[in-house]
Design a protein around this ligand. Structure first.
Ligand code: GRF
Length: 207
């Protein structure tokens, strides 16, 4: 039974595109049901629509509360027959209206090696901390920010001359490999995906 995936975005949607590519491959256990954004002008919505994927925009500014917005998102996901939610650059703090409703069925990608650097501005914080390696994490979404069960991680080296943008670009390239690998494993067999997890290692710095 193909798992129907709802993708939540707020911006460019490069992770969304990587997920759509993976789900388009023959034999994929999952298919895109809807791409939904809190920003009607998110470039990722147009990119998804170009590929024939149903899209929806729910403007968070049109809602008086976070709970009201979350209830509209929940209704849209259910209306699209979504089984599994993939947050991909969805820049909204969720309330239990969403996190409770989709517990065990909602994933997120975060641009750090959790539990290091929860929250925002992760690349600048990693550089300030002087870490030698950095990366990204796909985790299950819970009521606590960036704290759910880890399903996969990808590691990249940090260069001496890295800036937040150069480090972010190196991490983003690995996000596009990690997220599809985790999504497909989780769609195929959630318990096995939770047990085995995905570990990827990016290329060494060009010497
Ligand atoms: C990525 O860096 C992701 O880790 C973070 O937001 C960014 C999303 O980028 N959550 P995109 O919209 O997928 O291109």
């Amino acid at each position: 039974m193909t798992v129907r995936v709802g993708i939540l975005i707020s911006g460019a949607g490069s992770n969304m595109m990587a997920l759509l590519d993976a789900m388009a491959r023959p034999g994929s256990p999952s298919e895109p049901a809807v791409v939904l954004s809190n920003r009607p002008d998110a470039p990722g919505l147009a990119a998804a629509a170009m590929r024939g994927v149903p899209v929806a925009a729910i403007d968070h500014r049109a809602h008086a509360s976070r709970e009201s917005f979350d209830a509209a998102v929940d209704a849209a996901l259910r209306g699209a027959g979504v089984d599994l939610v993939a947050c991909a650059g969805f820049m909204r703090i969720m309330t239990p209206v969403l996190t409770d409703a989709w517990a065990g069925r909602m994933l997120n990608i975060h641009p750090s090696l959790l539990p290091l650097f929860r929250g925002t501005d992760t690349h600048a914080r990693a550089l300030a901390a002087g870490v030698a390696v950095h990366g990204c994490t796909v985790h299950e979404v819970t009521g606590e920010l960036d704290a759910g069960r880890i399903l996969g991680q990808a590691v990249v080296p940090v260069a001496a001359d890295d800036t937040p943008p150069s480090l972010a670009a190196r991490v983003l390239a690995m996000e596009h490999r990690l997220y599809p690998a985790v999504l497909e494993a989780f769609a195929a067999d959630p318990e096995r995906a939770r047990r085995e997890r995905v570990a990827l290692f990016g290329p060494p710095l060009s010497s």
